[in-house]
Write a protein that binds this ligand. Sequence first.
Ligand SMILES: [Zn+2]
Length: 242
Amino acid sequence: MHIKTSQNCSPNFSTTGRNKKKIKYIVYHYTGMSSENKAIKRLTDVNSNVSCHFFIKKNGQIILMVPELFEAWHAGKSNWQKDISLNKNSIGIEISNTGHEFGYKEFLKPQISSLIKLSKYLIKKYNIKKKNILGHSDIAFERKKDPGEKFPWSYLASKKIGIWHKIEEKKLKKLRKKEISNIETFIFIKHLNKIGYFTKGLSNNKKLRLVKSFQRRFRQRLINGKIDRECLIIAEKLSKLS
Ligand SMILES: [Zn+2]
C-alpha cells in the first residue's frame, strides 16, 4: 500500500531517530487555528517548537512534515496506560479544523477519507493496536479538547480504526442523565483507568476535565462533565475491550 503525500518539512523534531518497534500509538489532533495556512506555518516554524508527522488539509491532501522514524513534537505533557510523554512512541496526525476556539466545524469528507487511508497504512506498517489509537484529549485531558466531539470516532471504528462500544443508541438514550451512586463513580474512574486514562490524584477540576474528555470521545451527544448511567455503561463495555 502506498500513501500519496506532498512534503513540507518541519524543523521541529528530535534528530536521534527511533526504532520502528517504538511506534505504538497514533494520536489525532485538530489544528485549532483560524486558518489552514496559519496552522501549516506554525507547524513548520522553527520558533514554534511544535510539529506533527502528517497534516491533513481540508481538501484531503496529506502533507508529510516529519518522517515517521523521527519524533515529532505534537503530544506535549501526556499520559496513557503506563506511558508518559507520548511523542517518543507515537505518530501525530494534525487535521485542519478551526477547533473550539474559532467556531468548531464538522470535519470534511475528503479529510476523513484521507485519514482512514493514512491510518490503515500506519496501523499495518507498525502493527498498532486498536486501543492505542487516541485523541490528544485522551492523553492530555487537563489541557486539550482536540480532536473534539465532532471527530467521527464511531465511523472510524466501523473501519476497524480504534475501539468503540457498539451499544445501541436506543438503550443509551434511556440511561442518559440518569444519576449514579458514589460507589459507581469510583467504578467509572476505575474503568477509565483500565481503558488507559491517567486517573491518579484527580482534583475535582481535573475529574471534570477527564469526564469531558471521555465524553468527547465516547459519548459525543452530551458533553457536560457529569458521570451518568450512560457514561458508566459505555466505560464498562470499553474497559472489557482493553
Ligand atoms: Zn493537539
